[in-house]
Design a protein around this ligand. Sequence first.
Ligand code: NAD
Length: 468
Amino acid sequence: MYSFFESVERSFDKAAEFTKWDKGLLEQIKACNSIYSMRFPVKMDDGRIEVIEAYRVQHSQHKTPCKGGIRFSKEVNQDEVMALASLMTYKCAIVNVPFGGAKGGIKINPRNHSTYELEKITRRYTAELVKKNFIGPGIDVPAPDYGTGEREMAWIVDTYASLKPGEIDAAGCVTGKPITQGGVHGRKEATGLGVFFGVREVCNNETVMAKLGLSTGISGKKVVVQGLGNVGYHCAKFFRENGAIVIAIAEYEGAVYSEAGINEEELFKHRNATGSVKDFAGSTFIAKSAEALELDCDILIPAALENVIDGNNAPRIKAKIIGEAANGPLTPEADEVFIAKGTLVIPDMYLNAGGVTVSYFEWLKNLSHVRYGRLEKRFTESMNHHILTEIEILTGKQASTRARNLIEHGADEIDLVHSGLEETMISATQEIMDIWHANPAIPDMRTAAYVCAIDKVGISYAELGIFP
Ligand code: NAD
């Protein structure tokens, strides 16, 4: 059994054989550059002092700032944060986001803390990062991950800005913020939407789908989603809205199943109201949540945590396509099983890059101090209005109200963010597919994605002149 970081290294080494880079350079790309392991005391609501274990790992500064989420989980450890930081470097490279990889983690179960305690922990963690110069719009820019969201990002930016008075770009020290605190429209759903765009692009590829024995397109495909958090919820939503049938959703307390499809929003409300997915109307409850992964479906989306599919359960997985929405949900042993079975694994490293892509857009917005679309929206609308009116005069025909509204619409921030994300995911999918198909010896899409990442980071180092 490999640790998470060892699994990433193993996948890296497997792919490195298909690249031309010097061994020393490959070692440099693989290594975690800076590891900050910290302990700090926080006084809890009952007066007890708890020593909090936390980390920030900067895997690579080949491009700056570094970028990566912050995770709140009882399972956090240095190895995990190192693995996640490495994946961030490769992810950013694949989707052409000009950042190095980083990741943070605080070893707590957020469920066991009050909001006030979580705020104190988050603010103190941020202060520790400031003290060691591990955060800043040009240094290292955290984001949400498992167990964190907009609320925590708001605490981080507020703490940072208080400690750095007058820093004009302070809002760019963290992404995934609420809109009122400098966030960007579309960040919340970005990872799930990116997963959907990536899987859709693969499903539109006739050759790939014929090989899997599936019809092209998303419509009618049976999907199972693990995790009803930020990523899982939005994955389920976009698959359902685009005609797929989400037959099961798994949470840690169990899973719900229905051949007719599960509505994620209804389930989310039900879980909020009752504390569990159990007894959801029109569904069958599966007490052992992990069994949902083995249901008969076309597409399986693990969107919870790492190592949920290993050498043991991989042979029982029936899905033809696995879209890794979570980071590291498959072990290297599981990968081998799927290569042998002919199951297509769309790798985490690029498939869940929607979050960092839109984070990049948010960071750019913060540095430019202006909302996307603010300058050109009205201008575009007025120009389109004139063009359409002129066409109507020349042709003597009138556009329908629907067509007029569509053509005249000037882009809002959300339109531009979704469009930028779609373009990013489509180009990344095509780039990886091209690498894979150009070299038949490459065994799977994960290896092709690593080759893509290694080449881009390698070129970046070579361009710095460090490795001529
Ligand atoms: P989240 O905390 O919002 O949601 C995770 C959900 O998974 C929770 O509802 C949790 O109860 C559930 N869960 C935990 N263990 C489970 C189990 N064994 N079976 C079923 N469900 C389980 O976290 P998130 O932000 O949605 O992140 C999920 C995964 O996606 C993580 O691996 C994270 O690193 C990755 N990811 C997140 C983002 C992002 O933008 N949030 C970006 C890229 C990758």
